[in-house]
Each structure stands twice: as C-alpha cells, then as structure tokens.
Design a protein around this ligand. Structure first.
Ligand code: AFP
Length: 280
C-alpha cells in the first residue's frame, strides 16, 4: 500500500526504482519526490548534490496495467530555492508556475515523451528500432473548438451543485451547451494527451468525502497545468489557477479541471454562481 492507502502494483515499484536509481547519482539533483514514497528522496551522501528537484508519478493509471490500457509517467523539475541549503523538502514545495520543466511519457499504441521548458510543448515518439525519441509533434497547441470532456460521471451525486450544473451543460442540457463528446480512460496521462491533441477538458472534482479530490498537486496536476498553459489552455482547482497554488505537503491533493481555457473558465463561473447563491 502507498501513502495514499492505494494498492501498489509491482510495476509501480519497478518504475519508481528505475527513475530513482537512474537519477540519484547524476550530480544534477538535490532532491526527489515520488508518489510511491512517503518520504521525500534525498540524494545519497556518496553522490554529488546538484541544484534541481525532480517530482514524479512513476506510473500513473496503474489500475489499467493489467487490462492493457495506456498508462504513463508524469514529471516536473524545479530549481532549488536555496543552493547553500539544497536538498530540503522546501525545495519541492514550490508553485507549479516556478517549474523549469515538466512532461510525461505515455505508454500506449506508441510510446511518447511530451515536455515543455517554458518554450512551447513538444512531443516525441519512440522509434523502438533506434531506441530514440524522434520529434513528431513540435509546438503542440490546444485546438479550438474542443471535442471532448473527460470525467468519471459515476461520482455525479458526490459533487457540489456548481460542478453538477457544469456537467449538465457539457452534456448538452442547455441551449448554449458546447458540442463535445464524452471520453474517459481512467489514466490521467492518456485522457490529458487525447484532449491536448483534440481539444477538451479533463475534470476530477472535489467530492463530499474527498474535499480536495483524488489527484496530487505536486506530481500530477502541477506538471500538467504547466504543459496546458504552454499549449494555450488553463488549469484550475475550480476557483484559482493550479499554477499559483503553493504546496504545503509533498503529497497533497487538489481538485483538477484542465483543458481549453473557455471550458475551464465556464466551470469556475458555475462554481462562483453556486457560491454567490449560497452567500445571498
Ligand atoms: P490509479 O493509479 O489507481 O489507476 O489511479 C489513476 C488516477 O490517479 C488517474 O490516472 C485517473 O485519472 C484517476 O486516478 C482515475 O480515478 P477514478 O478511478 O476514481 O476515476
């Protein structure tokens, strides 16, 4: 079981160990944070300590491993806050707006690496023959109009009225509803990637029991928010930009709405309306 009390698949641990072992001795990092480790990962004293911090979800969508559905690895890279004292948890508790790079690897029909260093979003496809990632999707931009919405609608009854109104609107129950279709894989990276290519919104709202939803800010929502803004989109927790949320804990959760800006801003408007109605 991992810190979140979720079942750890063998491949989760395997992926975690590969990333950790390949990155802890390079002299580039002073700290790592992984979904699969309760403690932050300091650099063993026998290795030089660099000035960068790696936060990562070694294998996202692991409940899809055994059913052969696309899964992925998500990562974010920060520069340490204080070089002299580098290697403390504070180096990881930075808002995603301060990321120096972020990306994911998608293990699907093909294996793709998608990343940004703040100069656009670029996609590379692995050519297994050469073992090389080749540039296949330079300067990825969210297309307009969006085509899809991705949410686990079976949780509808657990959402706040504002979020329920938004889903009703997405499902075409209003005169001004968008022309979007539903797609939900249950692997965040795969749902995000499809929406990045075709336009859309991915939602994992807060629920009655889970006030901050399920997904993690540091190594899931943050890096994807960094990418989506570089691709012309927006990511919010329903009230504020994900990029501006300052983490207080390495494994904290956050509600996530990410995709075409107009759709995410509409969601925020529904929540403001709901709160306005409650306040009056
Ligand atoms: P697992 O790693 O347990 O499969 O969870 C995957 C995930 O973190 C994310 O990839 C999905 O978008 C989301 O959870 C699916 O959650 P639901 O099963 O509650 O819809």
């Amino acid at each position: 079981m991992n810190i979140q009390g979720e079942t750890q698949q063998k491949l989760d641990i395997y992926a975690h160990d590969i990333v950790r072992k390949l990155c802890d001795h390079t002299g580039r990092l002073c700290l790592m944070v992984s979904e699969e480790s309760e403690e932050v990962l300091t650099i063993p004293s026998r290795y030089p300590k660099g000035s960068y911090v790696l936060v990562f979800d070694p294998l996202d969508g692991s409940s899809n491993i055994d059913v052969n559905v696309s899964i992925g690895t998500i990562f974010g890279i920060y520069h340490c806050v204080d070089y002299e004292q580098r290697g403390r948890v504070e180096d990881a508790l930075q808002p995603a707006r301060d990321l120096v790079a972020a990306g994911y690897v998608l293990y699907g029909a093909s294996t793709m690496l998608v990343y940004s260093t703040g100069n656009g979003v670029h996609g590379f496809t692995l050519n297994p023959e050469y073992g090389e990632f080749l540039l296949s999707h330079p300067f990825m931009r969210l297309p307009e109009p969006p085509a899809y919405y991705s949410v686990n609608a079976s949780y509808y009854s657990r959402w706040s009225p504002g979020v329920q109104r938004f889903l009703d609107w997405l499902e075409g129950k209003s005169a001004d509803s968008p022309n979007v279709s539903a797609r939900y894989i249950g692997s965040l990276v795969a749902d995000f990637h499809r929406n990045l290519l075709r336009g859309g919104i991915f939602c994992y709202p807060a629920e009655g029991q889970r006030k901050d939803g399920k997904l993690r800010l540091l190594y899931e929502a943050g890096p994807l928010a960094f990418l989506i803004e570089q691709a012309g989109g927006y990511a919010s927790d329903g009230r504020r930009p994900i990029l501006d949320i300052v983490p207080t804990h390495p494994h904290q959760r956050v509600a996530l709405f990410v995709g075409n800006r107009a759709l995410v801003e509409r969601l925020e408007a529904f929540i403001r309306q709901e709160e306005g109605a409650l306040a009056s």
